[in-house]
Design a binder for this molecule. Structure first.
Ligand code: ARG
Length: 463
């Protein structure tokens, strides 16, 4: 192999044979990490500017390199760049092209750095912007949930525990529960920025470097807040990847919960919501079908996203410090989780804009199963100074009686009620009213109409 041939491996003078062709074919990561080209070029420019500032390279060479890198950026953006699997990854592909454009001076670019710190720098920059993108999508979803909640403050429905009718709630309140969940998702992603903001560039292969580099300079240039502390840890660390994958998993889990609820409510057994034709699909054989495929897609994808988290945890398990090829797969995992979640958030938003509650059926269901029994027990405590446990027993007897008579609680006469609890008077009847029940839950965070309005207002003001 001749020395200066650009198409030979960077390590061609040391390793005399071509790498086994099967490994060249499957061991490269260019198809995946070419997505990092912008970050790689931004990182390299900051690096050479620092090398120049520190008098490690000349002004002329710095300018040549920056010129070449900007040209490469344009080529890639305009799809004029030929990625070559032989050069393994985005870093070597760009470096090789730089040699073609500016000649031997390109060789100065890799002074005082390694692909090991380079790749983490690229990935962290990429993840910081994808964190922003996810948070923007979450903002959009949150807005849509709030809009639906606002329209349904007075829509009454059964709240469930154990999927059994429990107590009446406002559908608006129900929806606002998801706002809390998605807000927490945003917070979790933002908390991850602490470690994403530590700059890995300059730790080189694993030890740091003997060149007089300025890591604070690249930190500032690249929008990080401080350099990482320990070179060996920096190369080995993928905790920031796990944090990201976990945060995405939790968000996907929230999406799967709302998806599952909407699937149940859309079922022919529940009929609590209607999905517009825009968010259902048909059957190939049953002409009458309108299936909630989009919701099922969302429910399923949470499983795939958890799988990615577990893939990464397993890759890292027992891995000695510092760089190993095992780590190369981190990017594919991150991209897959990110893309899947972003698509899920977009689909969820479509669904939120394309469903309506079936208010009549919601009330009908809320009238089944003695949902105001707890209100009656509370009434006995408040109006007849009964200990709650006694009130519970009296109420249970009244429910048993109503069940025997095949009546709802609000269909019982005062005379019937008095047979079980003689202290009762006419005004007890109002506790069986669903609206009264919902509106009586005025404790902070409860389902009363005023509470919901205040909460909606609070979130609308925040953004
Ligand atoms: N493409 C590699 C990766 O993503 C870059 C780091 C390569 N370092 C090395 N020592 N082989 O992991």
């Amino acid at each position: 192999m001749s020395k200066n041939k650009n198409n030979q491996a960077i390590w061609g003078n040391r390793i005399k044979k071509n790498t086994s062709s099967i490994f060249q074919k499957v061991g490269n990561s260019i198809d995946v990490d070419k997505r990092l080209y912008k970050e790689d070029i931004i990182g390299s420019i900051a690096h050479v500017e620092m090398l120049f500032k520190q008098k490690i390279i000349s002004f002329k060479i710095k300018n040549k390199i920056v010129y070449g890198l900007n040209k490469i950026k344009k080529e890639i953006t305009n799809k004029k760049f030929e990625f070559n699997k032989k050069y393994e990854d985005i870093h070597i592909n760009i470096e090789k092209r730089l040699f073609e454009i500016i000649g031997e001076d390109a060789g100065f670019i890799h002074t005082a750095r390694s692909r090991n710190d380079q790749v983490i720098t690229d990935l962290k920059i990429w993840m910081k912007s994808s964190t922003k993108e996810i948070n923007i999508l979450l903002d959009i979803v949150i807005k849509s949930v709030i809009r639906a909640a606002e329209k349904n403050i007075y829509t009454l429905m059964p709240g469930f525990t154990h999927l059994k009718n429990a107590q009446p709630v406002s559908f608006g309140h129900y929806l606002m529960a998801y706002v809390e969940m998605f807000k927490r998702d945003q917070k979790r992603l933002i908390n991850n920025l602490d470690s994403l903001n530590e700059n890995p560039l300059g730790v080189a292969a694993l030890t740091g470097t003997s060149f007089n580099i300025d890591r604070n300079y690249t930190t500032k240039k690249l929008g990080f807040t401080k350099p990482t502390n320990n070179s060996i840890d920096t190369i080995s660390d993928r905790d920031f990847v796990l944090d990201f994958l976990y945060s995405i998993s939790v968000c996907a889990m929230h999406i799967s919960r709302i998806a599952e609820e909407l699937i149940i409510w859309n079922s022919d057994a529940f009929k609590l919501i209607n999905l517009s034709d825009k968010v259902v699909t048909g059957s190939s054989i049953m002409p009458q079908k309108k299936n909630p495929d989009l919701l099922e897609f969302l429910r399923g994808k949470s499983g795939i996203i958890y799988g990615n988290l577990f893939s990464m945890l397993t890759v890292l398990k027992s891995l000695p410090l510092s760089y190993y090829k095992d780590l190369q797969d981190d990017k594919e995992i991150v991209f897959k989780s990110n893309d899947t979640l972003q698509n899920c958030l977009k689909i969820l938003d479509e669904i939120l804009k394309n469903f309506t509650p079936n208010k009549k059926q919601m009330i009908e269901l809320a009238n089944t199963g003695y949902l105001t029994a707890t209100d009656l027990a509370d009434y006995l405590v408040k109006n007849h100074s009964m200990p709650f446990r006694k009130a519970y027993k009296v109420t249970a007897n009244i429910v048993n009686f109503a069940e025997k008579k095949k009546k709802n609680l609000d269909q019982l006469t005062l005379a019937e009620l008095k047979k079980i609890e003689p202290k009762l008077s006419n005004d007890v009847l109002k506790v069986f009213d669903l609206k009264n029940s919902v509106n009586s839950k005025k404790s902070y965070g409860g389902t009363s109409f005023d509470n919901i309005k205040k909460m909606i207002l609070k979130y609308k003001k925040k953004k």
